[in-house]
Write a protein that binds this ligand. Structure first.
Ligand code: PMP
Length: 292
């Protein structure tokens, strides 16, 4: 992935893609002092750009560092890079990290770096599988207690257990894994939030130890406009037996139907399909404007 063409925005400059490098003694690499965002551009506009950039700032605040660019400057850099890369539909990845000036757990004076990369990433899951509903394993790792890790930050370190869980699931032929939280409640997938449907009502876990995703909030709003009832509550894994539909939401995953979670199976039903269509209509600026 480091050999693509085009440019990466790095600390205020456009650097050729292949030259956007960091030193091996980067604090972010050794001690996970890094936070990032995942955004998507549709038809030349980045969906909820400022909300994502604000979350990037908050994620850094939670990790105790300040990104040396304002929200407005980062928004402008993302848009400038999108145009420079020449994509209408693309994935946007800003990342901020502590640099390599000092080595050791404490690195109070290390420079805070910011980079933005944009590439084409049409579908997070296999497109054919996605329409039939993807299969999820139940992860062995659990989302940590907020007293154990800064769970409200989109921090690189929190993805260690996500990669482990996703790799374990893939080794067994699953597309992804559903993670429980430290109390044994249903939490989320490794890079997306989860929803269930039963008797026309939508149920989703209360986001008290994982990201309250921007897509999650968008889909709750879209469900409201359709008149669907959405209940945010504690969901125990055994309850999946009684749910009829299941889907994931996330910037990369968008709205993705789920057909299986471990021993539990679901249909790709009407509510899931309606929300998939409504989400697509919302993210494309031209289509959203036409619908107003
Ligand atoms: N949870 C995790 C662990 C994620 O990585 C993501 C993707 N950022 C989400 C949830 C969904 O967040 P969003 O809808 O803001 O992309």
């Amino acid at each position: 992935f480091d050999q693509l063409d085009g440019h990466i925005w790095m600390n205020g400059e456009f650097v050729p893609w292949k030259d956007a490098k960091v030193h091996v003694l980067t604090h972010g690499l050794h001690y996970a002092s890094a936070v990032f965002e995942g955004e998507r551009a549709y038809g030349g506009e980045i969906f909820k750009l400022t909300e994502h950039t604000e979350r990037l700032h908050e994620s850094a605040d939670i990790l105790g560092f300040k990104i040396p660019y304002s929200v407005g400057e980062i928004d402008a850099a993302c848009m400038e890079l999108l145009h420079k890369q020449g994509f209408a539909d693309a994935y946007v990845r800003p990342i901020a990290w502590r640099g390599s000036e000092m080595m050791g757990v404490s690195a109070q004076k290390n420079r805070i770096n910011l980079a933005i990369a944009i590439w084409q990433w049409p579908s997070y899951f296999d497109p054919e599988q996605r329409m039939k509903g993807i299969r999820l394993d139940l992860a062995a790792y659990r989302r940590p207690d907020p007293r154990t890790a800064p769970s409200k930050s989109k921090a690189a370190g929190l993805y260690m257990i996500c990669t482990l869980s996703k790799h374990a699931a893939e080794a067994k032929g699953y597309a992804d894994a559903l993670m429980l939280d430290w109390r044994g409640r249903v939490a989320e997938a490794t890079g997306a939030n989860v929803f269930f449907v039963k008797d026309g009502v939508i149920h989703t876990p209360t986001p008290d130890c994982f990201l309250d995703g921007i897509t999650r909030r968008t889909v709750i709003e879209l469900a409201g406009k359709r008149g669907y009832e959405v209940v945010e509550r504690t969901i125990m894994p055994e309850e999946m037996e009684g749910f009829e539909q299941c889907f994931l939401t996330g910037t990369a995953a968008e709205v993705t139907p789920v057909s299986e979670v471990g021993p539990y199976s679901f249909e790709v039903g009407d509510i899931t399909r309606t929300l998939m269509d409504d989400y697509t209509a919302t993210v494309y600026p031209a289509r959203a404007a036409a619908a107003e």
